[in-house]
Design a protein around this ligand. Structure first.
Ligand code: SF4
Length: 257
């Protein structure tokens, strides 16, 4: 199906219900996806190929971001959030820590009231530098799609050793100061049924929410074309029902159906 790539290092701002006027940052290549997951629902398509990995340098990044922020300020535009997203996993960038520091400086200079968000698949949290940088941002948004290793591996196809137990251990480093993000879907992939909304899936997932106490849980489902066919959206009423169970734990939710 038709998926898409972000063809710029800095893009937007784009209005998002979750993040307001969000200026996107793509630290990954602009012509292919570079990720250590290969999620069956990824809007950027399948991970793959033997492309030579060329990432923007810290210098290129700061020049482009500064130009963009200066021009947005000059033209009276609003930026609610500076959001690291794009064509893959932003924390893979070897200069992620320096880039976050630079982003904080530039945010303070041009849009001091805006927040910095990082959408991450949480696979690099074994690196203390990555955790320390994420903690400096207002919204480290960390993915966990299932409490079951089997389901998570089917949904995310991690390229390295991955286990839900390790993710929980790493989430605890944030002492609740993080946002958990979960994609809910069902369907069939490679002849296997997938559904991370069954009662047993949700009960196990809620236990992780309860243990790690994120300050917010973002719940969403498929909104655009996915690389795998035969995947289905989850109804808004079902997502709201899941959110209600999170709210019963005293934790705030945001639902995108
Ligand atoms: S972690 Fe994000 S960028 Fe990577 S494959 Fe999954 S959805 Fe795509």
């Amino acid at each position: 199906m038709a998926t898409f790539l972000f063809n710029e290092l800095v893009f937007g701002p784009i209005y998002s219900r979750r993040l307001g006027q969000s200026l996107g940052i793509n630290l990954l290549p602009t012509d292919y996806k570079y990720c250590n997951f290969n999620c069956i629902y990824c809007e950027c398509g399948w991970t793959g190929g033997n492309n030579k990995i060329i990432l923007p340098t810290e210098q290129q990044f700061s020049e482009i971001l500064e130009q963009k922020l200066a021009s947005l300020k000059e033209t009276g535009k609003k930026v609610d959030t500076i959001t690291f997203a794009g064509n893959g996993e932003p924390t893979i960038h070897p200069k992620f820590d320096a880039i976050i520091d630079k982003t904080i400086d530039l945010r303070n200079k041009y849009f001091p009231n805006s927040k910095i968000a990082v959408l991450s698949n949480a696979t690099m949290l074994h690196k203390e530098k990555v955790v320390a940088s994420l903690k400096k941002t207002e919204l480290p948004i960390l993915k966990l799609d299932s409490a079951s290793n089997k389901t998570a591996k089917l949904l995310n196809d991690p390229k390295q050793n991955y286990s839900v137990e390790k993710v929980i251990k790493n989430f605890r480093k944030f002492e609740g100061n993080f946002v958990m993000q979960t994609m809910f879907l069902k369907g069939v992939f490679e002849n296997q049924h997938i559904d991370n909304t069954t009662d047993s899936e949700i009960n196990a997932w809620l236990k992780i929410v309860e243990k790690t106490k994120p300050k917010l849980v973002m719940i969403y489902t498929i909104a655009r074309d996915t690389p795998a066919e035969n995947l289905e959206k989850i109804s808004l009423s079902k997502l709201e029902n899941i959110a209600k169970q999170v709210n019963n734990l005293g934790i705030e939710t945001q639902v995108s159906g």
